[in-house]
Design a protein around this ligand. Structure first.
Ligand code: HEM
Length: 81
């Protein structure tokens, strides 16, 4: 999405709590998932990824390897890394 801003990893890392906002990265894109945290079927485990990459966690929890999970994630995109 060329119209979206580019963020540094440092900026993403600052968003690591509900209070500061919860941002994550996935395949070079940045997502503000703050509003999704309370909706997550896997509960607060989602906060383990706060401020960082989803890949290592989604590699462990294969339940995310489904199109409908990526559809949800795409709704929260705010920019690129
Ligand atoms: C389940 C989305 C991050 C752990 C799910 C499900 C969705 C989802 C839609 C239900 C899938 C299904 O049953 O069809 C997301 C999104 C994430 C995210 C959009 C990031 C933005 C994480 C992280 C972890 C995690 C980082 C672990 C550290 C789990 C677990 C379940 C689950 C354990 C299974 C819950 C159960 O069925 O009892 N997630 N997830 N998720 N998620 Fe996540």
């Amino acid at each position: 999405s060329p119209s979206m801003p580019t963020y540094t990893q440092e900026e993403v890392t600052k968003h690591c709590s509900i209070e500061k906002g919860v941002w994550v990265t996935y395949k070079g894109s940045v997502y503000d998932i703050t509003e999704f945290v309370s909706l997550h079927p896997g509960g607060n485990k989602i906060l383990l990824a706060a401020g960082g990459a989803l890949e290592p966690f989604w590699a462990l929890y294969a339940v995310h390897r489904q199109d409908h999970v990526l559809d949800i994630l795409s709704e929260y995109k705010v920019g690129e890394l």
